[in-house]
Ligand binder design. Structure first.
Ligand SMILES: [Cu+2]
Length: 161
């Protein structure tokens, strides 16, 4: 592919299947998930959404049998490699939600990508809201994925800030 073919694309990062997990009333946090494939080495450095007061990029990892999440300063997107943001792994965390996020809603999320040259690009996506148990229900999930959200992963407890 030539550089001019890329230039026609609205974004230097391909974003596939974005979705946001529905919340229950009073729940103040949820996650946004998608698959990102960068055309050139870049990073996801920031995200914003009008539905959330604070948006962070999180990673989830096992720490002595407990699934924990923490904020990361950026998510590396190597050229041509699909990077999954999914339950149990990296995700965009929507915190301080202004209202309940209901199934059938569409949540706008602005993703900020930074290229190797330090140039930033804002890409707005529309992420449909899927039900709470979507990780288990989604057809594309590998069998092993099912158990990963068990245990201490109640979002309201995991995000006391
Ligand atoms: Cu999180």
């Amino acid at each position: 592919m030539t550089a001019s073919a890329w230039a026609q694309s609205p974004s230097s990062v391909e974003i596939k299947d974005p979705w946001v997990r529905a919340t229950v009333a009073q729940q103040k946090a949820t996650g946004a998930f998608m698959q990102l494939t960068a055309k050139a080495d870049s990073k996801l450095v920031e995200a914003r959404s009008p539905v959330a007061g604070v948006v962070e990029i999180h990673e989830m990892a096992m720490d002595k049998d407990v699934m924990k999440m923490r904020q990361v300063p950026g998510l590396a997107l190597p050229a041509g490699k699909a990077v999954d943001l999914k339950p149990g792994g990296y995700h965009v965390m929507l915190l301080d939600l202004k209202a309940q996020v209901k199934e059938g809603d569409v949540v706008p999320v602005t993703l900020v990508f930074e290229g190797k040259d330090g140039k930033r690009e804002n890409v707005e996506i529309q992420a449909p809201v899927r039900p709470l148990n979507s990780a288990a229900a989604a057809g594309g999930m590998k069998p092993g994925m099912k158990g990963e959200m068990k245990g201490d992963m109640k979002p309201t407890e995991a995000h006391k800030h």
